[in-house]
Design a protein around this ligand. Sequence first.
Ligand SMILES: *Cc1c(COP(=O)(O)O)cnc(C)c1O
Length: 456
Amino acid sequence: MSDSVPNKITLEQSEIPRAWYNVIPDLPAPPPPPLHPGTHQPIGPDDLAPLFPMDLIMQEVTTERFVEIPDEVRDVYGLWRPTPLHRAHRLEQALGTPAKIYYKYEGVSPAGSHKPNTAVPQAFYNAKAGVKRLTTETGAGQWGSALSFACAQFGLDLDVWQVAASFTQKPYRASMIRTWGANIHSSPSELTAAGRAILEADPNSPGSLGIAISEAVEMAVQDEDTKYALGSVLNHVLLHQTVIGEEALLQFAKIGQTPDVIVGCTGGGSNFGGLFFPFLREKLAGNINPRIVAVEPAACPSLTQGEYRYDFGDTAGMTPLVKMHTLGHDFVPDPIHAGGLRYHGMAPLISHMYELDLFEAVAIGQEECFESAVRFARTEGIVPAPEPTHAIAQAVREALACKESGEEKVILTALCGHGHFDMAAYDAYFDGQIVDHDHPAEEIAAAMARVPQIAN
Ligand SMILES: *Cc1c(COP(=O)(O)O)cnc(C)c1O
């Protein structure tokens, strides 16, 4: 191999971080507050109480830089954390690049992605508050399965609304969700007013994350013992995901290197934020200077094509208004295979940081993504989930640019999940059936016309 760094850099269980990192106090300006959908005034913790337990609401608004990870959560993390940092020696050789490519592999978790990093603490704090049941939405099924696993750890019931397109494309995620004990419903469903309204307009609706969120929220607010859980987008979710970046910092320290480029895929922004926030802290402190790049699908380009303004987090307009890069809350993205990236908005915190020029963003079509993913699988062995194929495609672009320039850059990406439940997407690629649903400009313009007008 080209240098002495091993294929896999591991940590001991005792090195699981003891605190999550909150990036907000280190930013030059705080993100704009969420607004009440009726009054358009900033909401307070009490407004969120029907949906979330107070511990999580406090994490949503905390100004502390570090939040201690409870022992009960660290203990469950220990089932699969710390996750390995891999050096992609074989991919580098195949590309003929002088770049050093690293990937932090989150697919070793029980659910096969980074989602349990937040599912576990969310289930823990709900159980601690005496909540009996959670509701949630899921796209590709990654979040639903992660939360089903987490609820089983802490004795909570769970109902999951899965986006119809993924429910049909990926039946085994639903089986996994049921194995860990949750109930699953295809969304839109007849069980909620929001679902029935969508089905009336379009009986064959492929669903969207926005619609599924409306259904899960509607069910949660009706029952005192039921709360709602979200797998991305919110500050507390991004906070929990920083275990990824904290471990990666430690792993890079062990090999005496630092990344020059950090690349992550963005659906709601949680695996990307979880990876780069701790590195950004070191960058803002003047210790390192990586370029940071978000990669989104060309079919759902909220950062690169969306507007930065107040919009609803869900399709039916039941959530608070949040300032974010949005394609319009009722924009329904084409059913690309990366179901976890089919969200109309972006985390308000990530959106705010994009406005502050703290990172760059690119949109890539799915054909190039699968091409890079197959190259990755044939060299590194791991079959990536369709979402991180976007990050891999950009890492490959960066590595090929290094081949041109002769630069030996250190590239870091998050391989945030494996694709064992997504093999139909790979079949579609091999059969030449992957199409690039590029530039849905008209649909975006139509959806943006229905975004509420808010003065600020
Ligand atoms: C959910 C998911 C995503 C998208 O969510 P983020 O919050 O942007 O991380 C990406 N990859 C995988 C594997 C997922 O499960």
